[in-house]
Design a protein. Structure first.
Length: 262
């Protein structure tokens, strides 16, 4: 997949709540349409070329592209004749680890698989909404997962840095140590992370540690202190604060599947 625009933070720890999914045919006598969905994300998969304007920023879409617009923004389509796309309108949770997904991606070889998944969502939605939501969730995770694969393609040092973080997450990681393992300078590593993830090395490391922590809390039987140690935050008070800040809940509440404790 090839990113062509800025990113939005989407929380994907729980499946989307799909309001509508379907096939849209546009551009038949109407060259311009404008949408604003106050509480819903907009996902589109394209089989045509057009200009897409999201929150005042213009993007070129082509066959095989996907777009994702967050709730409340103005989305304008400028068609060039008959235009068919698949779409899903849905709510996402607001807690957990945010995943950065670009406004527009060229899905490349992944496009047919994503198209088929969203077509299945269209078929399931009237009778089995939960299965439709699962298909939309699959598409969203595919778009989010492309972040790391695109980063690795851009510079081998970035792949080395990401691998070093994964292997040594339980230890005391610093930017100079990661840069040394990747064979680049501190400043170059910072530039690579900003280009790939639109955030600093420290912010990525914090985000990744809490992603792993959330997974271990929800899907393992490790004690909470052991989870904290596994992700390099052995101080339980600091771990509790980090979970509340990044995941929106205490470690115990995350494990129980609650957003907060009462």
């Amino acid at each position: 997949m090839v990113e062509t625009s800025a990113k939005h933070a989407a929380h994907l720890d729980s499946p989307p709540r799909v309001a509508q999914v379907g096939v849209g045919v546009h551009g038949l006598g109407i060259e311009r349409e404008v949408f604003r969905l106050p509480g819903l994300w907009q996902l589109h998969l394209y089989r045509y070329s057009a200009e897409l304007i999201v929150d005042g920023v213009a993007h070129e879409v082509r066959p095989g592209c996907a777009s994702l617009a967050p709730p409340g923004v103005m989305v304008e389509f400028r068609y060039r004749g008959r235009s068919e796309h698949l779409y899903a309108h849905f709510e996402l949770g607001t807690t957990g680890t945010p995943h950065r997904v670009p406004t527009v991606l060229d899905c490349g070889a992944e496009a047919p698989r994503l198209w088929d998944a969203l077509l299945r969502a269209v078929a399931w939605h009237p009778t089995t909404p939960s299965r439709a939501a699962a298909e939309v969730w699959t598409v969203l995770w595919s778009l989010a997962a492309s972040e790391v694969s695109r980063a690795e393609e851009r510079h081998p040092a970035l792949a080395a840095a990401l691998a070093h973080i994964e292997v040594n997450m339980a230890g005391p990681l610093t930017v100079p140590l990661i840069a040394r393992a990747a064979g680049v300078s501190h400043n170059q590593l910072t530039r690579l992370f900003r280009a790939a993830f639109a955030e600093t090395v420290v912010a990525y490391l914090r985000r990744r540690r809490l992603q792993v922590a959330a997974h271990l809390l929800r899907h393992s039987t490790l004690a909470i202190p052991a989870v904290a140690s596994q992700v390099g935050i052995p101080d339980l008070q600091a771990f509790n604060k980090a979970c509340r800040r990044e995941l929106g809940a205490s470690p115990r509440a995350v494990r129980a599947g609650r957003n907060d404790e009462h």
